[in-house]
Design a protein around this ligand. Structure first.
Ligand SMILES: [Cu+2]
Length: 117
């Protein structure tokens, strides 16, 4: 084993993770704000917890053949989106705190967004 063994193992783990979860969480950074993509497939969010910063955006993608109704009743971060299949909508998070996101059509669909100041 050469001196770069640890680096190689870290890289391999990262590559394996990317293969296991394709498209589960796509992140693009533009300036100070970052854009995240969360996919709804088989009536579940591709991640159930995510930590972002104030000003970051999450794009919700409906990859199912059924409608979803993504909403938040968290004070200061309220929104409601009715999503037909294939549609995507972007929400910007401007208040720090914990935002609980659910789907009115599928009560088991839950996502917790931690918005850091
Ligand atoms: Cu749903």
């Amino acid at each position: 084993m050469g001196p770069d063994w640890k680096f190689r193992m870290t890289w391999l783990r990262g590559a394996a993770l990317a293969i296991v979860t394709p498209g589960a969480l796509l992140v693009h950074a533009y300036g100070t704000a970052a854009d995240f993509t969360i996919i709804q497939k088989n009536s579940t969010f591709s991640v159930h917890q995510i930590t972002i910063k104030v000003g970051d955006r999450i794009t919700f993608v409906n990859a199912d053949s059924a409608n979803h109704n993504v909403y938040s009743e968290t004070k200061g971060s309220e929104f409601e989106i009715v999503q037909r299949p294939g549609r995507s909508d972007t929400v910007r998070f401007s208040q720090p705190g914990t935002v609980e996101i659910e789907c009115a059509i599928h009560p088991d669909m839950r996502l917790e967004v931690q918005v850091r100041p």
